[in-house]
Design a binder for this molecule. Structure first.
Ligand SMILES: Cc1ncc(COP(=O)(O)O)c(C=O)c1O
Length: 355
């Protein structure tokens, strides 16, 4: 059964909201009172419910714990100027979730189950959507394989859960990054385009190594001799090169970022030329030497933008111009923020509004 009009809601006895320091939210510290939960078994989704946020009970043999059938999404809800709440681009997150699930042989979710789950949870915990500029309610839908069996196989049982938590501003400083030329995040034919847990676990070691060398993040490449640029840590990457907004083309090794897509739409509207094409390290070094590498920044739901100040390429540090309010990155970020909070018309129909 996949209808959510029969959704059962069990409310928490006492809200935990009083223990939240809304002046120091951090990222990933707080969760709201409730969570959405649905189980998949006998080849279909069972009746979903909203229950108090709680630990999961799982057998040590649950397949997700061993063979990595785990997929997640990361999205946000915003407090609008008029007090309503907007949830950003539910449809695009749903499509990406299903693409990830397909790659991991996990069951698809209807748009209704996904979007109603999110809307009902956000509505119930609406008091948790923070108001201060730059803050939001982060929403984490995820699915895990729960069948109890330790032989390697595709699970026949799953849990789909959505929880949420208020978050503050993610990055505060301009980053120093290195082009990673030893390790890769994703390979052609692999799972890079899927938001599956294994991609993140496998990226920790090279990132930790880069941190120990004094870098905030790594820029991933495709591992070819040309070192074509792919992503920036857990964000997509955008360059402004000689006035052109340029980003690597989507492929099976790049996550189809919703912020990336939104920035490209805004860039077109602002009159920028955009190019989605391969960019290699030699080209970056050459452009830098000519003073044409104007902006380099990461884009993603968590931070929106992460401006890069220094890039380490082929053994040398290259410094970029300071992030400035007239640059594309800051202009686009302001437009995106204004759309989300209702300070600018939502001409792209990105917001789902909850009153
Ligand atoms: C590997 C990776 N690339 C890019 C992104 C940016 O995607 P989005 O803008 O949808 O958050 C994310 C974050 O979700 C990510 O984990």
């Amino acid at each position: 059964m996949e209808t959510t009009n029969v959704l059962s809601i069990r409310k928490i006895a006492h809200s935990g909201i009083d223990s939240v320091d809304f002046n120091d939210l951090g990222f990933g510290k707080y969760v709201t009172d409730h969570m959405f939960s649905a189980e998949y078994k006998f080849g279909t989704w069972q009746q979903p419910e909203i229950i108090p946020f709680q630990n999961l009970i799982m057998a040590p043999t649950a397949l997700a714990l061993h063979y990595g059938q785990t997929v997640f999404e990361g999205m946000k809800a915003f407090r609008m100027d008029d007090g309503n709440i907007s949830i950003f681009r539910i449809d695009k997150h749903h499509q990406r979730f299903n693409r990830s699930l397909e790659r991991l042989c996990m069951p698809q979710l209807s748009f209704e189950l996904f979007s109603e789950g999110i809307k009902q949870l956000v509505m119930l915990d609406s008091a948790w959507v923070p108001k201060a500029p730059g803050t939001s309610l982060y929403i984490r839908p995820f699915m895990i394989a729960t069948e109890e069996r330790f032989g390697v196989k595709i699970s026949e049982e799953y849990k789909f859960i959505i929880f949420a938590g208020p978050v503050g501003v993610y990055y505060t400083k301009q980053l120093k990054v290195k082009i990673e030329d030893t390790f890769i995040r994703a390979a052609k034919g692999g799972t890079g385009y899927a938001k599956c847990g294994g991609n993140y676990g496998a990226s920790f070691y090279p990132t930790q190594l880069a941190n120990s060398q004094g870098f905030d993040q790594v820029i991933w490449t495709d591992g070819s001799p040309e070192l074509n640029i792919e992503e920036s840590g857990t964000m997509n990457i955008i360059f402004v090169m000689d006035g052109v907004v340029t980003t690597p083309p989507l492929s099976d090794s790049i996550l189809d970022g919703i912020t990336r897509d939104s920035f490209l739409a805004i860039a077109l509207d602002l009159g920028y030329k955009i190019e989605e094409r391969k960019i290699n390290v030699r080209e970056l070094i050459e452009l830098h030497s000519k003073g044409k590498l104007q902006e380099v920044f990461g884009v993603g739901t968590a931070a929106v933008t992460a401006p890069i100040k220094t890039i380490h390429m082929l053994g040398k540090d290259y410094t970029l111009p300071a992030d400035n309010p007239d640059g594309f990155s800051q202009k686009a970020k302001k437009i995106l923020t204004d759309i989300r909070i209702g300070a600018r018309p939502d001409k792209y129909k990105w917001n789902t509004i909850i009153c």
